[in-house]
Design a protein around this ligand. Structure first.
Ligand SMILES: Nc1ncnc2c1ncn2[C@@H]1O[C@H](COP(=O)(O)OP(=O)(O)OP(=O)(O)O)[C@@H](O)[C@H]1O
Length: 475
């Protein structure tokens, strides 16, 4: 039996034996990718694997499917396609091998098997290639690790600044949410720290070392949302590319998916999201294959979601699915006790970033901050402190420093500064104030705010960035 199968390979085998001296590994397979011959150096079969299979020498491997000995072998690919793989670098255990694979054909041109040679990087002339490969391989590993780390969340509950009763309650709920796997719904005005809280929940959960992936529904054009969430199959549409593109669900597999501005999600996509959450599977665009996903969901909105359910703008079934563990984040004006510590921490951080000495706040400056309404909440405060550093000088931050920056804050009158300022500054202040007002009126709904201000959504986002209103990565 065995002789019959081996017979057509007599010439090839004789050749292999001859060049055996020159090479480190050689193997011959038949058209079913079964081993016909192998030299005894077995660089690609580890001794461990041989022992596991009960083989004492390469001769014992004859007749075995090649993958039994070399799990990653590509010989089957060669016999099935009839195409050679003349130059391939592979890793087998601790060895890096340069492998050449060629199909063997009979006189009629039919593939009858394949042979492969392996050169170990002990050969000096191969060292440059192998070294380069090893370098690229380790760079790839490092980039992969960095990518995983960048997807991990950056903040923990310790980064949540504030000791007001409302903030202490939020911290308690964050710790509790970290111990369970249920969906969490974060409610609160813009800039109250919803993303920070989402990251803290992830960081205190047992998924902390898995990815934290955030997706901002409001910042993605409607026609791209589905692809962004569920991914795209190769060639799904013109220009989709030949490679599959994973969606945020796949990227967050094993970790947490943060769905920001969930209230801005169009109704048809709400239905698809609900299905993904219920079935724990997604169907990439243009594919008919289902991908299983394991993600923990944290959703957030600055819109009155319960009212939207009543008016039919948000699906009630999705709302109940997301609203398992709601956390309401207090507006900054409702926790003014925290203003001082927040402002001081931002001052420290900004000074460090600008490489300047840290400036403390005078009591009057703190008073001015307390008089402001903070429609942009903590984000607005951080931005205001930064503006003071950039626009004013002095050892301490005084109430007057806010004159041009916080137009509505009550600046004590005796110290009222010279209000003359360039038109461009006054216009900027006016624009900023109008945007913040529109955001408050629409409870943070940027689409609606843009409409009320007569701006396109993209234009509003550009202005938000300019004024430092929402400074999220997705924006
Ligand atoms: N309690 C807090 N302690 C420290 N920093 C905070 C706190 N709350 C918010 N911040 C900071 O304020 C900024 C805005 O926070 P975040 O992006 O989490 O708000 P958000 O509620 O998600 O806003 P939006 O609704 O506009 O998306 C961030 O820089 C964040 O680090």
């Amino acid at each position: 039996m065995q002789t019959e199968r081996v017979e057509p390979f007599a010439a090839a085998r004789a050749l292999m034996v001859m060049i055996d001296e020159m090479i480190d590994g050689a193997i011959l397979v038949d058209k079913d990718a079964r081993i016909v011959w192998s030299n005894d150096k077995h660089v690609w079969f580890s001794d461990q694997r041989m022992a596991m299979l009960g083989f004492r020498s390469a001769a014992d491997a004859i007749g075995q499917p090649v993958e039994r000995l070399i799990p990653h072998s590509r010989m089957r690919e060669v016999v099935e396609s009839g195409r050679s793989l003349p130059l391939d670098i592979m890793r087998y255990g601790e060895h890096t091998l340069l492998v050449s694979r060629l199909p063997l054909r009979d006189e009629g041109g039919a593939v009858i098997g394949a042979l492969a040679f392996a050169l170990k990087n002990s050969l000096t002339y191969l060292r440059p290639i192998a070294d380069r490969f090893n370098k690229l391989q380790s760079r790839l590993t490092r980039v992969e690790q960095e990518l995983a780390a960048s997807r991990a969340s950056q903040y923990t509950v310790e980064n949540l600044i504030g000791f007001s009763p409302a903030m202490l309650q939020v911290k308690r709920l964050v710790r509790r949410a970290g111990q369970i796997l249920s969906a969490v719904l974060l409610l609160g005005e813009t800039g109250t720290g919803k993303e920070l809280v989402a990251q803290s929940i992830h960081a205190s959960s047992d998924r902390a070392h898995r990815p934290f992936v955030a997706v901002n529904t409001a910042a993605i054009p409607e026609n791209l949302l589905e692809a962004e969430f569920f991914g795209v199959a190769p060639g799904a549409y013109t220009g989709a590319g030949r490679q599959a593109r994973p969606g945020k669900f796949q990227l967050a597999h094993g970790g947490t998916l943060f769905l920001d501005e969930i209230g801005d999600m169009p109704l048809p996509l709400q239905a698809k999201l609900l299905r993904a959450l219920q079935e724990r599977e997604v169907e990439p665009l243009g594919s008919n294959q289902i991908v299983k996903v394991d993600v923990r969901i944290i959703a957030a909105t600055s819109r009155p979601l319960a009212d939207m359910v009543r008016s039919g703008a948000f699906r009630s079934d999705l709302y109940y699915r997301l609203n398992v563990f709601p956390i309401q984040l207090p507006a900054l004006r409702e926790r003014k006790d925290d203003l001082e510590i927040l402002a001081t921490r931002f001052s420290e951080k900004i000074a460090l970033g600008l490489d300047q000495p840290m400036r403390e706040f005078t009591p009057a400056a703190l008073d001015a901050l307390r008089h402001h309404d903070w429609p942009g909440n903590v984000r607005e405060l951080a931005n205001i402190v930064e503006q003071v550093y950039v626009r004013t000088e002095g050892d301490r931050i005084t109430a007057e420093d806010f004159a041009d920056i916080l137009p509505n804050a009550a600046i004590p009158s005796p110290a009222a500064p010279d209000r003359r300022r360039p038109l461009s500054t006054a216009m900027d202040e006016l624009e900023r104030g109008l945007i913040l007002e529109a955001l408050r009126e629409t409870q943070g709904n940027k689409l609606e705010a843009a409409r009320n201000l007569g701006l396109s959504r993209t234009n509003l986002y550009a202005k938000l960035r300019k004024h430092g209103i929402p400074a999220q990565p997705d924006d």
